[in-house]
Each structure stands twice: as C-alpha cells, then as structure tokens.
Design a protein around this ligand. Structure first.
Ligand SMILES: [Zn+2]
Length: 294
C-alpha cells in the first residue's frame, strides 16, 4: 500500500510555528516512507476565514521548501460530496435532524453533552435544523503511533455530534473524513489538539465504510509559561524570508537533531536531510511542549 499523507490547514490566518510543526512532521514522515504528500485547504467556514490566507499559506509552504503532490484541494469546492455523505448517514439512521438550541439543551440537562432528544423526538420541520451523527455505545480505540493506545466512549462524553450546522455549513468532522477517504489518505500526522476529535472521525469512517488511516499526533507548541500560544508568542506569522531558523527550531522541537552544517543551506536541503534522518521515535509522546525561545 502506498503511503499518502496530507497537510490540511484552515485559512483563518497565515501559518505560524504551530502549523509549521504539523506541515513539517506530515511532510517528512510521508517522504521518509516514499509517500505522496497532499495539501488541502479546509475553507469550510467563511465567517472565520481571512481574505488572502489561502494564498499566504501556499506561499509560505513554497518559501519553506515544501513540495506537494498534485493539485491543492479546497473544501469549499467539495460540498456535493459532503451532501452525499450526509444523505447516506441520514438514510442509514446514523444521523438525524436536531433543532435544539444550546440554551434548550442546557436547561434540559444542565450540561453541554447532547442527550439525544431529537433522535426520539424528531423536529416537525427539517429546515433550520442541525444534523447530528449518532454515537454508538461502546468503546472506540486506536493506536496512535506517538501517543500510544487511546480509548474513548463517545456516548459517554460529548454525545451525538453536529456534522452539519444549523446555518447549513458542514462540520469539520464530516468534511475531513470524506476528503481523507476520497484522497486515499493512509497516514494522518497532525497536532495533538485534534487527538480527541479522532474517535468521532473513526465513528464516521465506520458508518461510511471508509478505511481507517494510521494516526500520529505530535505535541503542540505551548508558550514557555505553559499557556497556549498567542499572537505575541509563536502564533506570529512565519517569516518567509527567513525559513531556516524556524525550520531548524521545528525539527529540534520534533526531537530531530539537524547538524550545524545545515544552518547555511537552503530549506530544500534541510528538508532532504530531515527525510533521510527522520526518527519519529524521538518525537516526545506528550500532548504539548514549550515552544523554543527566539
Ligand atoms: Zn435536538
């Protein structure tokens, strides 16, 4: 089986150190396995997007020496495929319409965990409803190649989850699963902030009859004080004119040890070195790590 990996940023802003880590780890892991590496822009949520961000992201990837295979895919052009998947889930009763507001749910249950009300009491009208996927009882487990074995009970934690929003926008969970399957993605390497989303994606893959990719969740970069990265720290946009220092810091963050001779090379040379010397076992099996200091 050929390895096919991907990097799938949302165009909510330019790439920063955190997104560089995901791009780098997914790229190097794919190339180290003689695999393909695809780029997919997850532009599903226009209100959250920043004009020009897609173009900026692709320009950064080029400046940092990444070479992707095939055409860049834009999720905004994939709505018919998401609609088809929704129809299948609805027809198989793995999904259902829900018109509960957050407020109603909170009043009814005292929590944000969805209680399955509309599964038993379908709304009278399907217009202006969300669509939720129903979570099967039982455990979902998978082996993350960095974080180790993970076990979840979806019916216990968040309950049935939204796959199409009330405003008609498709949810990330649905789109990512449909596109990963359609593009034949075999390996997903991404930040650990998405680790706990994985069981929902596996649930949808099972319903839709898709193969389950192999998952690797790398640690995310936290500000040195342990806080989440902010604009003032490493969420600052990458500097396309100075790719090397950030690439070296990112490789070191991932436990790799580029030697000093590479500091004067090109981004392409550094990436080629990383592919040949890639040691994924040296990535720390933690959810987050302090970002390097400038
Ligand atoms: Zn409901």
């Amino acid at each position: 089986m050929q390895y096919i990996g991907r990097f799938a940023p949302s165009p909510t802003g330019p790439l920063h150190f955190g997104s560089l880590l995901a791009a780098l780890a997914s790229y190097v892991d794919a190339r180290a396995h003689q695999g393909r590496w695809l780029v997919r822009i997850e532009d599903l949520d226009p209100p959250r997007e920043q004009p020009g961000a897609s173009r900026q992201i692709l320009a950064s990837l080029e400046a940092f020496g990444f070479e992707w295979d095939g055409e860049v895919r834009f999720q905004s052009q994939r709505h018919p495929a998401y609609r088809d998947a929704l129809q299948r889930l609805l027809a198989q009763r793995h999904a259902y319409y829900c018109d509960c507001s957050r407020k109603q749910l909170l009043e009814r249950t005292g929590s944000s965990r969805y209680d399955g009300y509309c599964l038993l009491n379908p709304p009278l009208s399907e217009s202006s409803c969300a669509i939720r996927a129903h979570c099967e009882a039982g455990e979902i487990h998978f082996e993350d190649s960095i974080q180790g074995p993970r076990r979840y009970r979806l019916d216990d934690c968040s309950g049935d989850f939204v796959i199409r929003r009330r405003d008609g926008l498709y949810a990330y969970q649905l789109a990512v699963v449909v596109d990963d399957a359609d593009q034949g993605i075999t390996h997903i390497v991404r930040g650990s902030d998405l680790l706990d989303e994985t069981p929902r994606q596996i649930q949808l893959q099972r319903y839709l009859g898709f193969a389950e990719p192999r998952y690797s969740h790398i640690p995310v970069a936290a500000a040195p004080d342990g806080q989440k990265l902010s604009k003032q720290t490493f969420a600052a946009p990458l500097d396309n004119k100075q790719p090397l220092p950030a690439l070296i810091q990112a490789l070191e963050f991932l436990g790799q040890a580029p030697d000093a001779s590479l500091h004067d090379g090109t981004p392409g040379e550094l990436l080629s070195w990383a592919v040949v010397h890639w040691q994924p076992a040296r990535i720390a099996p933690t959810l987050s790590k302090p970002a390097p200091l400038d």
